[in-house]
Design a protein around this ligand. Sequence first.
Ligand code: FAD
Ligand code: DHB
Length: 397
Amino acid sequence: MRTRVGIVGAGPAGLVLSLLLAERGIDSMIVETRSRAAIEETIRAGVLEQGTVDLLLDHGVGARALAEGAKHDGVELRFGGQGHRIDFAGLTGRSIWLYPQHEVLKDLIAARLKAGAVIRFGASDVSLRDVASDAPVISFVDTGGSPVDLRCDVIAGCDGSAGISRHSIPDAGRVDFFRAYPFGWFGILVEAPRSAPELVYAHSERGFALISTRTPEVQRMYFQCDPEENADDWSDDRIWEELQTRVAGDGFRLTEGRIFQRGVLPMRSYVCEPMRYGRLFLAGDVAHTVPPTGAKGLNLAVADVVLLTDVLERYFTSGSSELFDDYGPTAARRVWRAQHFSWWMTSMLHTAPDASPFDVRRQIGELESVTSSTAGSAYLAEAYTGWPFARLGPRGG
Ligand code: FAD
Ligand code: DHB
């Protein structure tokens, strides 16, 4: 089998890349370990930056996000028992959209398959060969048990944080920047009406809590917990007591309901450099993972592949690989800004296990500075709603 761009992984990075390439007349094929059903059922992100939604709309896959998603013009930071709104629309002219990642993936998969794209779901034993040569190969075993070699001109490693593609960059030439956090997020899905019109990011001495939403009937909530916590050890009453305590004040109370999904996720910051080696380009979580507090992961994955499409378009239209060297450093500028933002939101809002009373007061001082200053609020609003996409070649600098 042969394709121009072999894509490893059918997450947001891989699927958006195949969509953008197809529109520029460049054929690609996706190899994915999971089944379509598993991808479409996994609960992950909820927040889309304005630029991500605009991109989905511009490329014909945003109609449902627009119709069924919710546009939010701000968020609330809660601390010291009071809410403080950050007015995204007023400060930046931009907004965010609440539309679940698995719905984005359903829309993308349906659109790509309808257009005749090949997505090899359920592949196993995926490995990459000869990535430094002009003829790299993705090898895998298909669902029928047959081994397949997919010969490519280039490979896009879009296989997420546990992916294999970054390991094709030799250890000697790869730097892994890593930071683990001493807490995780306990996430729940709840059948209940919304408790607040916009997202609530709450700081409290007992730790962070986040009140988000999915639909008018289903809400998403998280609270900081021990990363080793077993979600099944918690009774529903204990979960609600913890959440209510962390957001209390101002007479605010969460509307409780049936908890029908729960899980604990670890938090880490990670960057792999370089993001390109030979004919292998990394995009999305396989190259960089952020703690979820800034809602940046999916959006960063999309920004990577917008850039990668420019690089590959230049290559396939002119035969010139001159932009290959620019991909990693250009993508990394946004990645490190997002790393900083995600780390900053995390540090400002979470209570470290060894936090002293000084640390907690200092965080409140910082939250006061951010919410009472137009400059402070504007920084948060700009970063949260997303920076403009960097472009290369004729579309950029
Ligand atoms: P993934 O979505 O991980 O996709 C990678 C794909 O590759 C997967 O389908 C996987 O099965 C496949 N794969 C893995 N290994 C192989 C292999 N060897 N061969 C072939 N295929 C393989 N981001 C936001 O922007 N906003 C948010 O609000 C937000 N909230 C989040 C909340 C939670 C609870 C979590 C967990 C994450 C959140 N994120 C958020 C982050 C976001 O979900 C990720 O950043 C995003 O999924 C990254 O996309 P990706 O395509 O790079 O990787
Ligand atoms: C959601 C996830 C996030 O990481 C975040 O910062 C905000 C909202 C969500 O799942 O709704």
